[in-house]
Design a protein around this ligand. Structure first.
Ligand code: ADP
Length: 195
């Protein structure tokens, strides 16, 4: 299964994507995780992007697109993947289209997770206490949510036009949301996809 996981900050994309990827035995690819790992390891890329990430700004498309294209070319991606946090801009949608076309692959489904704004803020606040992410401060959170609304949410219309968005309410406890995702995906009966 080749899936995009979309939704605003705090909706539970990472949590749900990890569980689903384990269930389907395919890699969970989070661009945010890749970037944070580079920052922690102090790589050249990490040094280049650290201040952008901490300020809640997007990493430039060209850099992000290259990271994703390289990752999708790895052998463990041959049977599918879940992309979490990519694409976030129209440019990234085009870049992903080009990569998939070159390798004769297609996106099976775009999963949109939804939750109320107040619930998102509450979860981000809780996460900030536990994980201490540098970009979970109020200014960077506001910036990220704004960028999501302006740049990323409209991309769902593109995928809706192509006919493969499944929207799932993500306000329940983690396990119930996962069960709801699985049920929705099974109901769509995606050809060649076993869930
Ligand atoms: P969140 O969705 O909560 O903002 P992520 O872990 O997905 O957290 O991303 C953290 C940061 O990594 C983003 O704020 C941005 O700086 C960078 N990033 C992640 N994915 C992308 C992307 N597709 N394009 C540009 N920047 C990205």
């Amino acid at each position: 299964m080749r899936m995009l996981m979309m939704g605003p900050q705090g909706v539970g994309k990472g949590t749900q994507a990890k569980m689903l990827a384990a269930r389907c035995a395919i890699p969970h690819i989070s661009t945010g995780d890749v970037f944070r790992a580079n920052v922690s390891a102090g790589t050249e890329l990490g040094k280049q992007i650290e201040s952008l990430i901490n300020a809640g700004e997007l990493v430039p498309d060209a850099l992000t697109d290259r990271i994703v294209a390289d990752r999708l070319a790895q052998p463990d991606c041959a049977n599918g993947w879940i992309l979490d946090g990519y694409p976030r801009t129209i440019e990234q949608v085009r870049a992903l289209d080009a990569v998939l076309e070159q390798s004769d692959q297609r996106i099976d489904v775009v999963l949109e997770l939804r939750a109320d704004y107040d619930e998102l803020i509450k979860r981000i606040h809780e996460r900030a206490q536990i994980e201490g992410r540098a970009d979970d401060n109020p200014e960077a959170v506001a910036k990220r949510l704004q960028t999501y609304d302006k740049e990323t949410a409209p991309l769902l219309d593109i995928y809706r036009d192509r006919g493969f968005v499944v929207a799932v309410d993500s306000e329940d406890v983690i396990e119930d949301t996962q069960a709801s995702i699985v049920k929705h995906l099974q109901q769509c009966g995606l050809p060649g996809v076993k869930i």
